[in-house]
Design a protein around this ligand. Structure first.
Ligand code: IMP
Length: 428
């Protein structure tokens, strides 16, 4: 591995944190390049459970963490996260770098995000995490963002902060929402100056220099490719380029320096929230319930129940193609044991015809009926498997069917939440 990217191939919560943590033991630098505190990455080390939102998961393996310019940075959340990690023996003062070009979530961005989502009608509500991601990203593209460099420059801070907070309040009032306390907000933001100063630097240069020096860089995607603002189920997406496409703009590391793209997919599909966004393979009966319960499908950040259903090879193939994916890590295959015959969605039926591409029109996607390929299931406890031969024949056949449908090899199979509960498929 020289420069490797790992990102989610479905709607999030694929178990990327574990895969990144697993690969990070071979990395010198682990990098977040998009998203923000809307992410929730869970890592289990023995009896300990770590839930990280901004700090790259791989720091727990001793790599240097980089929060690159594409991250929508909530400095308050970062401060809390670093304090929590320090209490548990992970002091990151010297091993975390934050881009001076990253845009900061200001105190009105979260309330505005929630007010805007609340004002949308039921059909178009995004079910945002309410962390101010879309509103901060919107300000960035309206040239009204506030970056770490702007915070650290006393003149720019003085010139712009009060204006931005007042404008945020005007927007909140316009939506009939409660404005924030401007003085308290400004004081809070000013308290980030001394906190962020030691971490802030030009992380693009740092990464380019590291790459030239042959250091191993692991880029850690947040959210997932079906939430990508361009190639996901727009408008039920998050405000960033969540896959490989987010790397050059979100880091300053040219895309041609990327050596390898690994996508992480669950062996079934989940989607957070009860309504927002189409989900063709959703199962509401006993199958969906077993996936929900055995897979413990609740959001890390929000605690919300995730909808569950069969693996959708049409959407994962779309993701692999749009991102040039080299290999797949397949997680939570153990959850499918004992479920009987398994189904893979290989096409969609819509208005009397069958398609095998992923449509841009979410209304059409919502009306699609999956075309399934049935694969024999498997039983037993898979958690002890460490090589493909340790897996039941049915599980191996299921993996082979997925590879065939998406056109990408599966190189890692996760059979449980622990670091060790992982099957490495020999490079073919
Ligand atoms: P936002 O990113 O908070 O604006 O939320 C936009 C959509 O993406 C909502 O439907 C969220 O539930 C979803 N979302 C955001 N972050 C994650 C994540 O890390 N995992 C899964 N879904 C997410």
């Amino acid at each position: 591995m020289a420069v490797t990217c790992v990102f989610g191939a479905q709607w999030g919560d694929e178990g990327k944190g574990k895969i990144v943590d697993f690969l990070a033991k071979e990395a010198d630098l682990v990098v977040r390049y998009q998203g923000g505190a809307n992410a929730g990455h869970t890592i289990r080390i023995g009896a300990e459970r770590f839930a990280l939102r901004l700090v790259p998961s791989g720091v727990l393996q001793g790599a240097t963490g980089v929060i690159a310019n594409g991250v929508i940075l909530d400095a308050g959340v970062l401060r809390g996260e670093l304090e929590g990690l320090a209490e548990r023996g992970f002091a990151l003062a010297d091993s975390l770098k934050v881009s001076d070009r990253a845009h900061l979530v200001l105190p009105f961005h979260g309330p505005l995000d929630r007010a805007l989502d609340g004002s949308r009608n039921d059909l178009w509500r995004n079910d945002t995490t309410g962390r101010g991601i879309s509103t901060c990203a919107g300000d960035k593209y309206r040239y009204e963002g506030f970056r770490v460099a702007d915070l650290l420059s006393e003149r720019v801070r003085r010139d712009r902060l009060a204006y931005l907070v007042e404008r945020g309040n005007a927007m909140l009032r316009g939506l009939g929402a409660e404005p924030i306390d401007a003085a308290a907000a400004i004081a809070g933001v000013e308290s980030w100056v001394e906190f962020l100063r030691p971490f802030a630097c030009d992380t693009g240069k740092l990464l380019r220099d590291a790459q030239k020096a042959g250091q191993r860089i692991l880029l850690e995607g947040a959210q997932a490719a079906l939430l990508d603002v361009d190639f996901g189920t727009y408008p039920f997406v998050s405000a960033s380029s969540t896959g490989v496409n987010g790397i050059p703009a979100g880091t300053g590391l040219p895309l041609r320096r990327l050596d390898r793209a690994l996508a992480v997919a669950k062996a079934y599909t989940t989607r957070v929230g009860s309504l927002a966004g189409p989900f063709p393979t959703r199962e509401e009966g006993q199958v969906g319930e077993q996936m929900q319960e055995r897979g413990r499908e609740f959001g890390t950040v929000t605690g919300r129940r995730r909808r569950c259903g069969w693996f959708d090879a049409v959407s994962v193939r779309h993701v692999c193609e749009t991102n040039g994916v080299d290999a797949l890590a397949l997680t939570k295959i153990d959850v499918l044991a004992g479920l009987g015959p398994l189904k893979l969605c290989v096409g969609y039926e819509i208005d009397g015809r069958t398609i095998d591409t992923f449509p841009a029109d979410v209304d059409l996607l919502a009306r699609c009926t999956p075309v399934y390929r049935e694969v024999a299931g498997f039983d037993g406890d898979l958690s002890g498997a460490r090589t493909p031969d340790d897996l039941p024949a049915g599980a191996r056949a299921y993996v082979a069917a997925i590879e065939e449908e998406i056109g990408v090899p599966v190189e890692i199979i996760s059979v449980g939440p622990e670091r060790t509960e992982t099957v490495i498929v020999d490079a073919r």
